[in-house]
Design a protein around this ligand. Sequence first.
Ligand code: ADP
Ligand code: MG
Length: 600
Amino acid sequence: MSPRFSAVHLLVVFVVIVAAAPLLLSSFYVTLLNYIGLYALVSLGLVLLTGVGGLTSFGQAAFVGLGAYTTAALTGATVLPNWLAWMGGSPWLGLVAGLLLTLVVAVILGSLTLRLSGHYLPLGTIAWGISLYFLFGTMDTLGGHTGLTGIPPITIFGWVLDEGGEIFYLIWLFLFAGMLTTRNLLDSREGRAIRALNGGMVMAEAMGVNTARSRMVIFVIAALHAAASGWLYAHMQRFVNPTPFGLQVGIEYLFMAVVGGAGQVWGALVGASVITILKEWLQDLLPLVLGAIGNFEVIFFGLLMVLILHRAREGLWPHLTRLAPQRATARPIATTAEPLQRQVPPPAGEVILEARNVTRKFGGLVANDNMSLDVRAGEILALIGPNGAGKSTMFNQISGVDTPTSGEVLFRGKSIAGHASREIARLGMSRTFQHARLLPTMTVLDNVAIGAHLRGRSGVLPSAWRMDRAEEDRLMAEAARQIERVGLADQMFNEAGNLALGQQRILEIARSLASDPCLLLLDEPAAGLRWGEKQALAELLCKLRGEGMAILLVEHDMDFVMGLVDRIVVMDFGRKIAEGLPDEVQRHPAVLEAYLGDVE
Ligand code: ADP
Ligand code: MG
């Protein structure tokens, strides 16, 4: 039995069990399953937002409320004002209106809070989570704390879903559709851009990802999942009040995502099931055991949360998959896919990068003082100097991470100083990082494919519905070609985190190459490598130069540089102290002086 076969079979069995559940179970359990489905839909949004994108939100319950209240107000017993009367009645219009309103609110809240970093973002989500909750409770038209009643059931082609066992199918259909599209999205160009957020904004931007956009995309998707859950909830309960949309429930949603496994589509379902069932069970059991009435399960959940964060950071899902048969192997690479378009490379010897009188001051410190250098197509230029000389600062001025105080940087004739690094990447400059910035749990292939981001264009919706496959094949084939080009073919499907340091550096070079650059910027590529790894790296760089690539490398290691590069620029105290062929530079008195005092 092949692994793919059994994974599909498990899924089919699962779907059949779910479909049969309302026919076999008592209404109590059907209701429980309805709640599990509704909660899982919300946590699914958090899987994307928090688990994959690394953005924590405590405010999802407010979006559930937005979806629920919109449809309640449009379809419930309250009489709509004249100008809205045409919308009244149909739950399906209520769904569309709820999703649209949530979209607008999420974009506004997202643009206000997503720029916050660290723990300010979660605090921001708490702030608007509480605000919306109070809004639901205080607006007279929304019924205050009593809420709204008279919400009609959903009707599908005349079938009235007015029983738990009927709306059950709609809830679980929404959940499965959500899981399927989320899984598709994660396995696409957009999904890689979202995952790249976890590798740090500087890396993602350097690979051409618009990180502000990606953050907004997952924020909006998570909010829409929550609003859809709210819509289903309102038409299941047939009344709404503010209680289920408060901060405490928002925390529970987050808890479900974390317990299940915040980076995993199935984790949302596992988390929602475990928490819902446990809660039900503890609410009956704990008061009996403790002999008093109260919400003791809250304390229990607090302890459980601490335990999970200590013992199973990735949640329960990864532990469950270890019990199941091996998962399906990766999709084969379509070697016949039409190659991606390439930019016309500059002719060998042409000056492609020119830094002119670049100065960068940090307060009183002049980290780069009137620095000039140029790089030609097909050559390796090394920028060397003792620690603190200003090499990394110079690197940042060129790659768009930082903006010079004065001076100019020209790349292929265009002024790029002060441009965003993703725009510079589009022009054909790509970089690696001194401390490898990879996504350790993704395969080498997926990591390298992030580099090809700018060479594809499939957006969120086509990816979610698998309409991006032709382009995806071309992107993956390109990633595979670059992996072969740098000699990592035997590691293609290994997780990047398993590679040795030297291989990780080479992986980063492959990732850069996937963007079709004509200039590679390498920040201390030999640092921390063993002798053999340095040899392999030097060989690779020579090979790339032979293919016409221009390479600018910042390096501390003199020995590595001497035999390899064409020209050297030496810096000390922010200034250029020497420039020329390796032999000349090595004998230059100012260089000897600068390096003599340096502990090497
Ligand atoms: P190198 O890479 O050659 O070791 P750097 O470019 O990292 O040197 O640093 C050059 C000088 O600029 C150092 O004195 C460093 O402390 C200072 N420097 C670098 N970045 C900043 C910053 N963001 N703010 C203030 N000082 C900085
Ligand atoms: Mg440095």
